[in-house]
Design a protein. Structure first.
Length: 455
């Protein structure tokens, strides 16, 4: 038979004759093999194109591809290779053939070409990612970002782990949905960490252990960014536990911005957060901000704070302590602090707010007779106290102290006002009595008239 003759010619290296016979018979597979032996690679490719219609098409493509690679006819090899890799089972062998011969760029170009075909499969994207990982690392991350939906993620992740490409591993874990593993990868490998990626991963983690590990990582490695991290994962943060752990390490201030945000946004006041914010502001000596927090978020141990403020070295803080005592109706303590610091206006305000006559009279007595009061200050303080505490001072006490301290002149405004009030009260009472008497007289007249009319 003619095909046997063709095979005989091929075996005996009568290649031109074999070529003619196989071409005549339409045996494209053997024609391609013959052209390879003749080093007619373009003709071999053409024969492979015709052979692909047969069951042996992929074998022919593979044979021609490998022959072109060996002959370094890479353009022709690529034309053949893209048809080979469309069969997923053929992919590893083809890549291995290129790699073993050191043709890394050529196999990458082939895979990039194959990836553009409509019938490309996940294996191509994955194998190309592996090639990038091994030989062109600079293209790896972009490839993952663009084609992660087409990549077999665990397979490429394994390759990246072997190559210690932790940024790529982290990115693959993120696209796989393993956000906790991605966060742990960034914690364990500094080259994989970016602030934005870590925030994104942690925002999708609900495990308390993972959140605590992430917070500890930032405390140790990126302390200035801690508040920003906490703000992004706020829903998963146990604020009480966070405050406890930071406080034990003396690093509560790192969470300052976050705690202020929590304080403002909380539907109900959180005592632990208020306590922490107050402690931070106290340590920072931020007087105005501390006062604002005390006014707006009073749910915390205010008396304990007042005691700390009372012992502070700064006058502004001691004044604040006096004010806090006043808010908590500890007027005696508030007045004592103010007197000690010679902040007499604060003392008068606290005494007036107390509504306690005894406390007001003690303060007035202090202004009138105590030796700590400078003689130049005594008259003004005495007069001011009678004005500020007017409603709760007894006239006899005021006049007695004014007489004893020779301050009658400065008690005169109080005396005039109190006399005016007494006069007004007496006049009001007199008018009321007159009105009652008039009514009684009218009733008597009516009664007398009724008796006269009786039969």
């Amino acid at each position: 038979k003619l095909d046997q003759v063709g095979e005989q010619c091929f075996q005996e290296n009568l290649l031109q004759a074999a070529r003619s016979i196989f071409s005549h018979l339409g045996n494209h597979k053997r024609l391609a093999s013959t052209c390879i032996r003749l080093r007619q690679y373009q003709e071999a490719v053409e024969a492979a194109k015709l052979a692909q219609k047969n069951a042996t098409g992929v074998e022919t493509w593979r044979e021609v591809c490998f022959a072109c690679v060996d002959a370094q006819q890479f353009r022709l090899a690529q034309q053949c290779g893209v048809n080979v890799v469309m069969r997923e089972e053929e992919l590893p062998g083809l890549v291995k053939y290129y790699v073993q011969r050191g043709y890394f760029d050529e196999v990458i170009a082939l895979m990039e070409q194959a990836m553009r075909r409509e019938n490309s499969h996940k294996g191509i994207y994955t194998e190309l990612g592996s090639l990038y990982s091994n030989f062109r690392e600079e293209k790896l991350l972009e490839h993952i970002k663009l084609f992660h939906k087409h990549i077999i993620l665990p397979q490429l992740m394994s390759v990246c782990r072997q190559n210690e490409q932790w940024s790529a591993v982290c990115l693959l874990q993120t696209h796989k949905g393993d956000h906790q593993d991605a966060a742990y990868t960034m914690i364990d490998h500094a080259d994989a960490w970016t602030h934005s990626a870590f925030k994104e991963a942690m925002s999708r983690v609900s495990s308390k252990g993972a959140v605590n590990r992430g917070v500890d990582f930032y405390v140790d490695q990126h302390p200035r960014l801690l508040s920003e991290l906490l703000t992004s994962i706020g829903e998963n943060v146990d604020n009480g536990d966070l405050i406890f752990r930071l406080k034990n390490r003396g690093l509560l201030w790192l969470a300052r911005s976050y705690l202020l945000i929590v304080q403002e946004q909380a539907k109900q006041e959180i005592a632990e957060v208020n306590e922490a914010v107050v402690e931070i502001l106290y340590e920072e000596e931020a007087v105005d901000e501390l006062r604002r927090v005390i006014e707006n978020y009073p749910k915390f141990e205010q008396v304990a704070l007042a005691q700390k403020l009372e012992a502070h070295s700064l006058l502004a803080f001691r004044r604040l302590g006096s004010w806090v005592y006043t808010l908590n109706k500890r007027f005696q303590s508030a007045v004592a602090i103010a007197k000690k610091d010679r902040m007499y206006e604060d003392a008068m305000s606290a005494a007036a707010m107390s509504g306690e006559s005894k406390l007001a009279e003690e303060l007035l007595r202090y202004f009138a007779l105590d030796k700590d009061i400078k003689s130049s200050e005594r008259p003004g303080c005495f007069a001011a106290c009678t004005y500020r505490c007017y409603d709760i001072l007894s006239s006899d006490v005021v006049m007695e102290l004014a007489w004893r301290a020779k301050l009658e002149e400065y008690a005169m405004p109080y005396k005039i006002q109190s006399t005016r009030e007494y006069t007004t009260k007496v006049d009001d009472i007199s008018r009321e009595i007159a009105k009652i008497n008039a009514e009684l007289e009218q009733n008597k007249k009516i009664s007398a008239a009724e008796k006269n009319l009786a039969p």
